[in-house]
Design a protein around this ligand. Structure first.
Ligand code: CMX
Length: 464
């Protein structure tokens, strides 16, 4: 009821009031202890909530659409429902109403004061509730059980790809290779009622999330470590298992992996990977099809591949100028990048207008664990220089760094040197956000996406 009251007048709300609404409607604590039961309890109330929104506000306007918006990548059009997170241009991302520093404080960690366990965020995204440590431990154990072994044919599919295939191509292919296991596709063939879609989609999503660390690690070991795989360790949590199976052990690298895997999960619904997953899922393609589509979008250099590009760019600086360039040399390098018609990777954002809080928390991690690392110092120098140059150039709407400007340097420090692999790590995390929303999309009965398009001819005639 509190939530319904808060949602009256949706059309005129600002994003900060939307955040308050999200908080108000997701804090009824449930009594069940396993994730699926807690989620199941929530579904009827949220279905009723959406029905009421449709009935009361269905015909109200959310905003205008201009010709510029239609031409310019639909920027600024509010036209999607996405429950798991909301992005404020000034403040950055909130997951079910919680900012990243709040999550670092509230979500259970592996040890006192440590980084959040991504399993806790998965619980939060699906239920709107901060889980207890016991609930997170149970979820870790469940994911470990579901993800223990990859089907043999996935290894064969990966082995059949030509040497040199980009890790993101391998990743998307491996996810598709799991598709024959889809519970949703099988249930649909048998004639499942639409009221129950969410259940097999939940099973597929959990199985997929559970298997992703094993897939990513297999790609890493095959591509860079001669194909010697490291078995899954059932005593480790989901993120630590990812690091372990890749061949990186130790509490500090586990902590980095937990933080990394928590903050890359979700960034509301309009970014390419989230929107692609959502769009394909809206046709009732199962989670394997839809997440593979999301990964294909994440592989673009303007989106998730930017973290790979940032590293290459930093290496170019050190190759051309040396390991400790001056501020003036960096400034010239940035100008040269712009003048050659390239983007400065890791800077700018379609929605954000301030430094990305995902950048800030990685910077804080670096300040705590690797303050004297030369690459971290270089990244910090770019933080001082790039926003000024981009502002002076006058084209970008947001000169500040995004998440991708920092992640690679942390990975380098812990020995994960192969930058072509970085977007795979981003993709493993992204699954938690987009598949959580995918489960809710089916539970809420969201429609197949089909916006209207026009031709230039139509535009010229309409406004002649
Ligand atoms: N370097 C150079 N030029 C940039 C720029 C950057 N970092 N960011 C934006 N611009 C340019 C745009 O290309 C655009 O130029 P044109 O008018 O010539 O087309 C102009 O500035 C205005 O763009 P904008 O409205 O500020 O930004 P967009 O919403 O169009 O694009 C983004 C957003 C992220 C694609 C863009 O900032 C970019 O290319 N950044 C570098 C790549 C990157 O870091 N991507 C990762 C984003 C986070 C993520 O998704 O993972």
């Amino acid at each position: 009821m509190r939530g319904l009251r808060a949602l009256r007048g949706l059309a005129s709300l600002t994003s900060s009031t939307l955040i308050e609404c999200a908080e108000a409607t997701t804090r009824t604590l449930s009594t069940a202890s396993d994730l699926k039961s807690v989620l199941k309890e929530k579904i009827p109330e949220q279905q009723e909530r959406l029905k009421a929104i449709k009935k009361t506000h269905g015909s109200k306007e959310l905003g205008k659409v201009t010709v510029d918006m239609a031409i310019g990548g639909m920027r600024g059009i509010t036209g999607l429902l996405w429950e798991t997170s909301l992005l404020d241009p000034e403040e950055g991302i909130r997951f079910r109403g919680y900012s990243i520093p709040e999550l670092q404080e509230k979500l259970p960690a592996a040890k006192e004061g440590g980084e959040p366990l991504p399993e806790g965020l998965l619980w939060l995204l699906l239920t709107g509730e901060i889980p207890s440590k016991e609930q997170v431990d149970a979820l870790s154990a469940e994911l470990s059980y579901r993800g223990k072994a990859l089907p043999g044919h996935v290894h064969k599919v990966l082995a059949a790809l030509p040497a040199g295939t980009h890790p993101m191509t391998q990743f998307s292919t491996a996810v598709l290779a799991l598709q024959p296991e889809s519970h949703f596709a099988a249930a649909y063939q048998k004639g499942i009622s639409k009221l129950n879609y969410w259940d097999p989609v939940y099973e597929d999503s959990m199985n997929l999330i559970a298997k992703l660390p094993g897939i990513a690690a297999a790609i890493y070991r095959n591509t860079y470590k001669g194909g010697k795989l490291i078995p899954h360790d059932t005593s480790l949590d989901w993120a630590a298992n990812l690091s372990h199976q890749m061949g990186f052990d130790g509490e500090e690298v586990y902590e980095l992996t937990r933080l990394y895997q928590t903050i890359h999960t979700d960034h509301e619904g309009g970014n390419v990977s989230a929107h692609a997953t959502h769009l394909v899922g809206s046709a009732l393609s199962d989670p394997y099809f839809s997440f593979s589509a999301g990964l294909n979008g994440l592989a673009g250099p303007l989106h998730g591949l930017a973290n790979q590009e940032v590293l290459r760019w930093l290496f170019d600086v050190t190759k051309q100028i040396g390991p400790t360039p001056t501020k003036d040399e960096v400034e010239k390098f940035v100008w040269d990048t712009l003048k050659s018609g390239k983007v400065v990777p890791g800077f700018g954002h379609a929605v954000l207008r301030k430094t990305d809080p995902r950048y800030t928390c990685q910077r804080e991690f670096a300040q705590k664990h690797l303050p004297d690392d030369p690459m971290f110092k270089l990244v910090s120098l770019f933080y001082e220089v790039v926003p000024g140059v981009l502002t002076e150039q006058g084209k970008v709407k947001n000169p500040w760094p995004n998440v991708d400007a920092h992640s690679g340097v942390l990975l380098q420090y812990y020995g994960i040197k192969e930058e072509n692999f970085y977007t795979v790590l981003f993709g493993v995390s992204r699954a938690i956000g987009v598949l959580s929303q995918g489960i809710w999309s089916r539970a809420l009965g969201l429609a197949i996406e089909r916006p209207k398009s026009v031709t230039m001819d139509v535009l010229e005639k309409k406004f002649a």
